[in-house]
Unconditional design. Structure first.
Length: 303
């Protein structure tokens, strides 16, 4: 590795290091970065790569961090980024200052009035937040969610359009059992006052990594859209939450069905179900096979 690294310039090594960090499976970037630092043998390249890649990774994976005083959690995303390394939690009206490389919230400050939506918008945001929280608590026991105003936060009365973003994330990390997984969904909710409609666009992503004596990864993505009538904050929130629930439930059901049928569909297309011997491989008794023993026998070694 060191010989190959010597043949690369600084930019090439930086790009490769960033690629490995950004493509780390959910919850594993710290493990990847530790190994990468050893392989690079160049602290300058590693530090540059980490400073660029970690913020991008954290936001794309919607990592959730706890406030130092344990007053709540904050999701790290592009929707609630108010400044470099600063992320708004509208539920507690706090701004978290984040150390991206260490993946911790170092401290927090109260959000300013300019960073918060108007009371009119907050009524819609808060109502939707409450309904989404109910849904997430039922569907994802360890899930976290938040609702942010992404456009029109200065709107003070009916007559203008505005947009909220619903962010849902859940992770099940079990590296001691060689498996990690995550669920991420983002719902852009556009309130159109002129047409009295709410347009909803969802982006769903499921990731999983199994690495016990192997390396199997899943990265499934799905997009969908729907709409509902613009009503009062409470009625709109109920309708939107029901749409989110319906689409996510259907997508998870389709994923489950597709992977239950893998042996008879996808795997069947990839290779023979049986080897040319027409006999299943005896996985229960693999000790009878030994390439080293067979080679030694052929070469007469050890006699």
């Amino acid at each position: 590795m060191s010989e190959i690294a010597e043949q690369l310039n600084h930019t090439q090594k930086l790009d490769i290091a960033k690629w490995f960090l950004l493509n780390s499976p959910a919850g594993e970037i710290q493990y990847v970065s530790k190994d990468l630092k050893v392989l690079l043998e160049d602290d300058d390249v590693y530090n540059c790569a980490a400073m660029e890649a970690f913020p991008m990774y954290n936001k794309s994976h919607l990592i959730c961090l706890e406030f130092p005083d344990r007053s709540g959690d904050v999701i790290v995303s592009s929707f609630n980024e108010v400044a470099d390394n600063q992320y708004l939690d509208p539920r507690t009206t706090q701004v978290a200052i984040v150390d991206h490389v260490k993946q911790v919230c170092t401290h927090a400050r109260p959000a300013s009035d300019e960073e918060l939506p108007t009371p009119f918008i907050e009524e819609y945001r808060c109502a939707l937040d409450a309904e989404i929280m109910k849904y997430v608590s039922e569907a994802y026991p360890k899930g976290v969610c938040a609702v942010y105003c992404v456009t029109g936060k200065d709107v003070e009365e009916p007559g203008s359009n505005f947009e909220l973003a619903v962010v849902i994330c859940a992770a099940r990390l079990s590296p001691q059992n060689f498996c990690n997984g995550s669920w991420r969904s983002i719902w852009n909710v556009e309130y159109n006052d002129e047409e009295q409609m709410v347009e909803i666009k969802g982006k769903l992503q499921v990731g999983a990594h199994y690495f016990e004596e192997g390396n199997v990864q899943l990265d499934a993505k799905h997009e969908c859209k729907d709409s509902t009538l613009l009503q009062s904050p409470e009625d709109s929130a109920i309708a939107i939450a029901n749409i989110v629930r319906q689409h996510e439930t259907e997508y998870l059901a389709s994923l489950e069905a597709s992977y239950l049928n893998l042996p008879d569909t996808t795997f069947k297309d990839l290779r023979r179900k049986l080897p040319v011997t027409r006999t299943l491989f005896p996985w229960h008794n693999t000790m009878q096979f030994s390439l080293t023993r067979d080679i030694s026998k052929e070469l007469g070694i050890g006699k």
